[in-house]
Design a protein around this ligand. Sequence first.
Ligand code: NAD
Ligand code: MG
Length: 337
Amino acid sequence: MTTVYYEKDANPALIARRKVAVIGFGSQGHAHSMNLKDSGIDVVVGLREGSRREPTASAAGIKVVTPEDAADWADVIMVLVPDQHQRDLYSDVIAPRLNSGDALFFAHGFSVHFGFVNAPPDVDVAMVAPKGPGHLVRRQYVEGSGVPALVAIHQDATGEAKPLALSYAHGIGGTRAGVIETTFKDEAETDLFGEQVILCGGLDSMILAAFETLTEAGYPEEMAYFEVLHELKLIVDLLFEGGISWMRHSVSDTAEYGDISRGPRIVPPETKATMKEILDEIQSGAFAREWMAENEAGAPKLLAAREAVANHPIELVGRQLRAMMPFLNEKSPEDDI
Ligand code: NAD
Ligand code: MG
């Protein structure tokens, strides 16, 4: 059994003795910095000159400085810029400012595990990764609860890396819900696999294919939207509450029979073989290299795909339908953190 750490397992004094710089004020950065500040930790946020997040951070009472000044001042640096920018941020800004005994923290194993960040041996390298988006990490903390988190130690230079990481996890509310110890390798690889084959890639591709199948057969777009996208939430909630048996118990017997007889045709053994190929690409580092190269080229595939989906009929009809359901609190990529 994996150990799960709770409040009693963390020493809040360890992180309170340190100077913490959070680099980035996006989804995770705003939650970490604000939670740490409310936990009484000495924290600054590092943002580039002219960052559009600066006013939000300052309004929240957070001290904002440049990433360079943050890295100079701090002895714990939490890297919360997008994964694809961490390599350059590390080499240009952080590496020249690391002192012996400093700690370098991440919220995802990507950069360290795939070799884009190589810290000197006298620095602690650890991960504190909440298993939820930043707005939830902040909201749960304010409400007195927390989002579960993972901790992992890549490098323990001081002999105190793990207690320090747990102390940080305590500061952002993670130990209220439970902190599981893992490795950079397992976190990085399973996280990429999950988002590629089911959570994002698998699901989006199934939604689009199902929507197109219904509308090409002449069914109204509105019905197709509700059927293949909107209703997903109800099913996911059941899975979340009680697993597959509870979901199957809660839907009609007809739906359950459709599930068990048709589901395996949608995901035949060939699909599972493809999942294994995708896992191989993750484990070999091929995906990580491809993603870094995509960014070096200016992210053409990513930008083209964003444009294409924004103009897909499911997005156009979805926007109209959600406008009639104001309780859904319509979100778009332009919405800030
Ligand atoms: P984000 O895109 O929401 O925010 C990134 C922030 O970094 C922004 O404030 C941006 O202005 C700033 N930034 C970008 N480049 C910078 C640079 N060179 N110097 C200084 N600031 C810069 O990112 P995020 O989703 O919070 O992801 C941060 C990390 O957290 C990633 O490692 C990610 O994998 C991890 N993570 C994210 C989530 C999530 O739900 N979003 C969950 C767990 C872990
Ligand atoms: Mg994930």
